[in-house]
Design a binder for this molecule. Structure first.
Ligand SMILES: NC(=O)c1ccc[n+]([C@@H]2O[C@H](COP(=O)([O-])OP(=O)(O)OC[C@H]3O[C@@H](n4cnc5c(N)ncnc54)[C@H](O)[C@@H]3O)[C@@H](O)[C@H]2O)c1
Length: 483
């Protein structure tokens, strides 16, 4: 059955009840949450390792790939055999259909690390069945789905932690706190540096496996892997088999399953921009389309790869540039803060708007437009990332009024803590949904080669620009419709 759900957009909006619930100890008291993992590829494997060390009991693992789910179960059993203080061995069940996991009343929490096109459906089903959710980033495949997840989290009171774990890292929190406390004045520009948009679907031939491609394989349920997306020809480039480290899987770049680097890395660096700008409950009001050259590689579908800009209501302009040393760079009337994983820099003194020359000097540290407070990208720079961030904190955050959410022990541990306290976690449903909206606005602008205005309250296009059809998957396959 094919379902068209554009009508959803008429009624869906982000406006709603505040997300912060009163802090209270849940009925479970001291009992630790029973947890399930759905989607155990590369990231799911890493998250499983992390959560096993937390105060949870893993009782279920689910993947459409037999090798992966069996391997994950073995990991759980071995862990509990070797760490009996952490949990009980012999309790982990294996599933290929996530609906059986969701139906289990005894499970309190699920971790969703499937490809993006499954995030919303599984997250919403889990929330509705009374479970808290750790869902990987970007929170959803589309803007309509982001609204649906947020709405369900609000209605059920169940928690969502989005896997945008840069918010748990000291350097990113420091950057955002500096900006929020006015250490570099009023923010005029932000650079977010990551790769390009999604690409048109194609057949992904892998010569090494030519005769196996497309052949039914009892060890992988590829129909279920495709879910609400069209059932395409199987390729192990799209959905690699077994326990492996093939990266990146091509589903990330494919229009049907992901949103290219705009979703993959935008979910990290745009999220940090939102945090620094204090936009977690809002978003931009205008998207200026790129005028960069159109690439000739046919795989890229004639889509520009950089140069889109977003304008916020206060006039701040966010620029999307290609991957660079820095993930997010804030430019203010009194300096610059630049940050990436394990990298931190700050300059202070006067206004510095970005252009090619400024960006190049910020990359190599030669920028002398104002005073360098600290700078660390790699060992050769001397010191450490933490030391560079600490130096900036010492100089500008001693009496900071605004203190941002500080997780203890990382994003997974933060959700486990919130399971008991019932407080909203660091990257809660609204934070994750808003970041996903930015990712998709960015991707839409490239895919449609469009400029448009945006209403961050109603979460729809404004002033007759854009097309609401761009906010949702046109049709979902089978019974997998989300919106
Ligand atoms: N936070 C981060 O830094 C980070 C890093 C990498 C990946 N991710 C995110 O994690 C998610 C997974 O990425 P990955 O790199 O592990 O991809 P992957 O392809 O290795 O893993 C996805 C897994 O989901 C399984 N799957 C697909 N459909 C399923 C279904 N219906 N039910 C159960 N299992 C299903 C696949 O078989 C596969 O094992 C993505 O959303 C990605 O963006 C986040």
């Amino acid at each position: 059955m094919l379902a068209s759900r554009r009508s959803f957009l008429k009624t869906a909006a982000f406006a709603g009840a505040p997300l912060i619930l009163p802090s209270r100890v849940w009925a479970q008291g001291a009992q630790k949450p029973k947890m399930a993992f759905i989607g155990i590829g590369i990231q799911g494997r890493g998250l499983l390792g992390n959560f096993l060390g937390q105060d949870v009991q893993v009782v279920a693992v689910c993947d459409v790939d037999k090798t992966r789910r069996e391997h994950a179960c073995q990991t759980v059993e071995n862990y509990y055999k070797n760490h009996p203080d952490k949990g009980t061995a012999g309790n982990c069940k294996i599933y290929s259909d996530f609906r059986e996991v969701i139906a289990r009343k005894d499970i309190d929490m699920v971790c969703v690390a499937t490809p993006d096109h499954w995030h919303a459906y599984i997250t919403i089903a889990a929330l509705k069945s009374g479970k808290d959710v750790y869902c990987e980033k970007p929170l959803t495949y589309s803007i309509g789905e982001a609204m649906a997840v947020l709405k369900t989290s609000r209605e059920t009171g169940k928690l969502v932690q989005t896997g945008a774990m840069q918010r748990s890292a000291f350097e990113f929190r420091t950057a955002a706190e500096l900006v929020r406390n006015g250490a570099i004045g009023k923010i005029t520009h932000v650079d977010c540096n990551f790769g390009g948009p999604s690409r048109p679907h194609r057949d992904y031939e892998n010569p090494a496996n030519a005769e196996k491609e497309g052949a039914p394989n009892p060890d992988v349920d590829f129909d279920m892997w495709c879910g609400g997306a069209p059932l395409v020809k199987y390729s192990d480039r799209l959905a690699p088999r077994g326990v492996h480290n093939f990266f990146p899987m091509f589903w990330r770049f494919d229009d049907l399953f992901g949103s290219g680097y705009c979703g993959d890395w935008g979910a990290h660096h745009l999220d940090i921009a939102q945090w620094g700008l204090g936009m977690d409950a809002s978003g931009p009001v205008k998207i200026i389309k790129s005028t960069a050259g159109i690439p000739t590689d046919p795989i890229l579908g004639g889509r520009r790869q950089e140069g889109m800009q977003m304008v916020f209501a206060n006039g701040t302009v966010l620029h999307h540039n290609p991957f660079s040393t820095w993930g997010t760079v804030f430019y203010g009337t009194e300096g610059i803060v630049a940050v990436n994983r394990g990298k931190f820099a700050m300059w202070h003194g006067k206004a510095c708007a970005p252009d090619d020359a400024v960006r190049a000097k910020i990359q190599d540290g030669s920028f002398d437009g104002c005073e360098k407070v600290s700078f660390y990208r790699k060992k050769e720079d001397g010191g450490s990332c933490d030391a560079a961030a600490h130096a900036a904190r010492k100089a500008f955050l001693k009496e900071a009024k605004i203190k941002l959410y500080q997780t203890k022990g990382g994003h997974p541990a933060d959700l486990v803590k919130c399971f008991t306290t019932r407080e909203q976690p660091c990257s809660n449903a609204e934070v994750g949904a808003r970041a996903a909206v930015l990712c998709h606005l960015c991707n839409i602008s490239y895919v449609r080669d469009a400029a448009f205005e945006w209403d961050p309250v109603a979460n729809t296009f404004a002033n007759g620009t854009g097309d609401p059809a761009w906010l949702v998957r046109p049709q979902y396959r089978n019974n997998w419709a989300v919106v």
